[in-house]
Design a protein around this ligand. Structure first.
Ligand SMILES: Nc1ncnc2c1ncn2[C@@H]1O[C@H](COP(=O)(O)OP(=O)(O)OP(=O)(O)O)[C@@H](O)[C@H]1O
Ligand SMILES: [Mg+2]
Length: 335
């Protein structure tokens, strides 16, 4: 068994178990290994922050988990178990039943969810009635309820609006409300608040966290911003070049990062102490996923790299529930 995914502090049976997920794109230039051996475990009500730089494979991980990969992308290996059900081999029909009912996705762009030519009420009522035998009025009441949950003022009025009549922040809240409509067991949120201003982002994070606590909905929150997950997530998984290089409780990963890449991410967050001083940056760029170097993919940018890093590091537990893929986790050349 892959020990990397065993951690589950709450002890509840996991709602999602991902083992050795590999999603590759078969392009003319070669095989892009966008996701290359990802393990994740999520308990009911748990919030996991999936963080990493642009191109590290966060969105493709999310799309793989909800069966929304486009050609030439394919899940080529691994296991995805949701509530005990095998999703890796789910049929199109199974996916249609699951999506929007048991698993929902919130995209960075709300117009991926919203239909521009339909009023909000039409879309929300349809989204409820696609999965539950309820009257239009009952569905409308549910729509009102979820709009209130995400802090939308005057929800009655918003229901009658078309998407273009709403501000960007409102549109995103409506998209989030649609994800919540059928009380899914799992929500995958791909940077949904990145484009919003910080006060609205804070409010939405607060509401979403409250909802997970109250309803037991599990959440994967994808973001490049470690500061966002610090206040939101129970656990964090840090992705680099298609792999999870460090995972653990948010307090451990942020308080005692063991992977040099996590170190770099944390050091590049502005703090009151860093004011007026140049922020630390991780040197170099994410490597191309077409031709990854042998061994640790981070070694070209890593201050701790040695010849040992020419071999690929396997996940090791450094403290209970905290796993790191690094030959030099915690030292000896600690930056
Ligand atoms: N259709 C595609 N064809 C080829 N490669 C792709 C395709 N879609 C994504 N990729 C590659 O997969 C890798 C991971 O992409 P992904 O969108 O998951 O990154 P991300 O971590 O979500 O980044 P960002 O923070 O910018 O959203 C990238 O290198 C990207 O170029
Ligand atoms: Mg992305």
């Amino acid at each position: 068994m892959n020990a990397h995914a065993v951690e589950n502090p709450s002890g509840a049976a996991p709602i999602l178990e991902v083992r050795g997920l590999r999603t590759h794109f078969f392009t003319r230039a070669g095989v892009v290994k966008a996701v290359d051996g990802v393990d994740l475990t999520l308990a009911p009500g748990e919030i996991l922050g999936l963080v990493g730089e642009s191109g590290s494979g966060k969105s493709i991980t999310g799309f793989s988990l909800i069966g929304l990969l486009d050609e030439p992308g394919r899940v080529v290996d691994g296991e995805i178990r949701f509530n005990g059900e095998d999703l890796r081999h789910a049929s199109a029909e199974q996916w249609r039943a699951l999506r929007g009912r048991d698993i929902a996705m919130i995209f960075q762009d709300p117009m991926m969810t919203l239909n521009p030519v339909l009023r909000v009420d039409t879309q929300m009522i349809e989204a409820v009635r696609a999965h539950a035998r309820v009257s239009r009025e009952q569905a409308r009441q549910r729509a009102l309820q979820t709009l209130s949950m995400v802090g939308i003022p005057a929800p009655e009025e918003r229901l009658r609006a078309y998407p273009h009549q709403l501000s960007g922040g409102m549109r995103q809240r409506v998209a989030i409300a649609i994800a919540l409509l059928n009380s899914p067991r799992l929500i995958i949120a791909d940077e949904p608040t990145t484009a919003l201003d910080v006060t609205i982002q804070g409010q939405i994070l607060f509401e979403v966290q409250k909802l997970c606590r109250e309803t037991g909905t599990a959440l994967i929150w994808i973001t490049h911003d470690l500061a966002v997950v610090a206040g939101l997530a129970d656990r964090v998984a840090v992705m680099y070049a298609g792999r999870v290089v460090e995972t653990g409780s948010t307090a451990d990963v942020i308080g005692h990062p063991m992977h040099p890449y996590t170190h770099g991410l944390i050091a590049s967050i502005p703090t009151p102490e860093s004011r007026g001083r140049p922020l630390m940056q991780i040197p170099g760029m994410t490597p191309s996923l077409l031709n990854l170097p042998r061994g640790c993919a981070f070694r070209g940018r890593c201050p701790r790299a040695t010849d040992a890093c020419l071999a690929e590091p396997q996940p090791e537990q450094v403290r209970p529930g905290q796993w790191v893929r690094c030959w030099h986790a915690g030292g000896p050349r600690n930056p």
